[in-house]
Design a protein around this ligand. Structure first.
Ligand code: PEP
Length: 250
């Protein structure tokens, strides 16, 4: 069985003044059986990691470079993120695919770099509204997973996959529970075909896109949903903790 994971994505939000939210999350001490990660802007990783050192919460990053070091102005290597205190890294988020033109080959290289450094990669996949309306959702998700995992004999170490329909991110819209279930079942089958039943069962499959305290419990009731990647509702402890509690109860 995959571990339950609630991962927050602060995106380009927050300054050191907001780290109190992370300390409050740690103080709320949610169920240690649920893994909690908060993926922060790089500027906050080091200080946040010190705050959660004695708590069952990990700090993550939102991207890494595919190279280990070198002439890449403004970029950050996986090893540097680890050194700053990050343990997780989001890769292939749709906002990076759009804003920075990231393709599956680059995301695959970043997955390898993250794994080599010992970071847990949270690979994001998801269809646009046009792709869903055209009936191409599973084809798109399949191509993104194949593209990112191509050539790997086993799952990159500690792999996590987040299904994030682009049209549900930050919009307040969510797919139906049947639609979420269809994609998650498909992803599990795809992992089984690639790596076998046991390895596939250990990969946490997260749903992401407008998860809130009010809809978390029903989403976590969907088979093959092992947790959530949460954007807006991870910024405040008072929103994130009820989501974690719902995951713990699922
Ligand atoms: C995200 O960007 O990963 C996300 C899921 O955002 P939100 O929860 O705000 O839709």
């Amino acid at each position: 069985m995959a571990h339950k994971l609630a991962a927050g994505n602060w995106k380009m939000n927050g300054t050191r003044a907001d780290l109190g939210q992370i300390m409050a999350l740690a103080a709320a001490h949610p169920d240690p059986a649920v893994d909690i990660s908060v993926c922060l802007p790089a500027t906050l990783i080091s200080e946040a990691a010190q705050h959660v050192a004695d708590h069952p919460i990990t700090i993550g990053a939102q991207d890494c470079h595919s190279a280990g070091s070198g002439a890449h102005t403004g970029d950050i290597a996986a090893q540097q993120l680890l050194d700053a205190g990050a343990r997780d890294v989001i890769l292939g988020h749709s906002e990076r695919r759009t804003d920075h033109g990231e393709d599956d080959a680059l995301i695959r290289a970043k997955l390898v770099a993250a794994g080599d450094a010992g970071l847990r990669p949270i690979l994001c996949v998801g269809e646009s509204l046009a792709e869903r309306d055209a009936g191409r959702t599973l084809e798109r998700i399949g191509a993104q997973i194949d593209g990112a995992l191509e050539g790997s004999d086993g799952p990159p170490s500690a792999l996590v996959i987040a299904y994030e329909p682009i049209w549900a991110i930050g919009t307040g819209r969510t797919p139906s529970l049947d639609q979420i279930g269809e994609v998650h079942d498909f992803m599990r089958e795809q992992l089984k075909a690639r790596y076998g039943d046991t390895a596939a069962a250990a990969v946490p499959l997260l749903y992401g896109g407008s998860v809130k305290p009010g809809n978390a419990a029903e989403i976590f009731g969907v088979p093959n949903v092992d947790g959530a990647l949460v954007g807006g509702a991870s910024l405040k402890e008072s929103d994130f903790t009820p989501i974690i509690t719902a995951l713990s109860a699922s």
